[in-house]
Write a protein that binds this ligand. Sequence first.
Ligand SMILES: [Fe+2]
Ligand SMILES: [Fe+2]
Length: 250
Amino acid sequence: MDQRAILAPRRALITAAAAGAVLGLAGCGKNDAKGEDVSATEDLMREHGVLRRILVVYRETAAFVRANFSGVDGRQIWRAADLFRRFGQAYHEQQLEEAHIFPGALKAGGEAAALVPVLIAQHARGRQITGYIQAKTAGGAIAGADAGALAEALESFARMYEPHAAYEDTIVFQAWRASLSKQQLAEAAEQFEDIEKTAFHGDGFDLAVREIEDIEKALRVHGLARYTAPAPGAADAGVLPTPQTEEGAD
Ligand SMILES: [Fe+2]
Ligand SMILES: [Fe+2]
């Protein structure tokens, strides 16, 4: 069934609400598992959460690749890069940010507008690096001659994307939101939901969270507790486990 046909009655409801009848609905178009509203900016920022988890996988895996490239399953790195390509680049960056957020930020002017050309250049560099990572990991085994450059690509991608997402969260998304009325924000949230459902044939965020969890488990970098920092001066400070010695990360 056409998703737009399913969504049409809800969109009409939201439009009526945004017209002034129910102020509590303004700015919201998506529901979480409890039926609570998810605003357009929360939606963008929780997508960054998924992408940050891919960056964590990149950083951890880069250390594994440097320590023992032959023990790393390149297929899982390929999967992480492919999730970033589909969810981060083709959807979040191109269909939401470049199509909707950045034009609004440019119109708003000021600091947010000045960041837009840099953000677009970083999207392009990100796609280039993703292509490289996928090319070097598609076969599963990582070639010894590629190990150093692959580790560098994984780390440089993470180094670029961490501030990229942080500047978007704190400056660009805020400027975009401030430039719109409550009704326009409600309509944007509905539009973003339509784009997501069309792109992923369902809730893209939920699907992406499940996918990154699966990749984290396969690489044995799953579970928040493993990232708790050692006490300053502790003997094991700075020692990273490798895939061969890591036991039951989750
Ligand atoms: Fe971006
Ligand atoms: Fe972003």
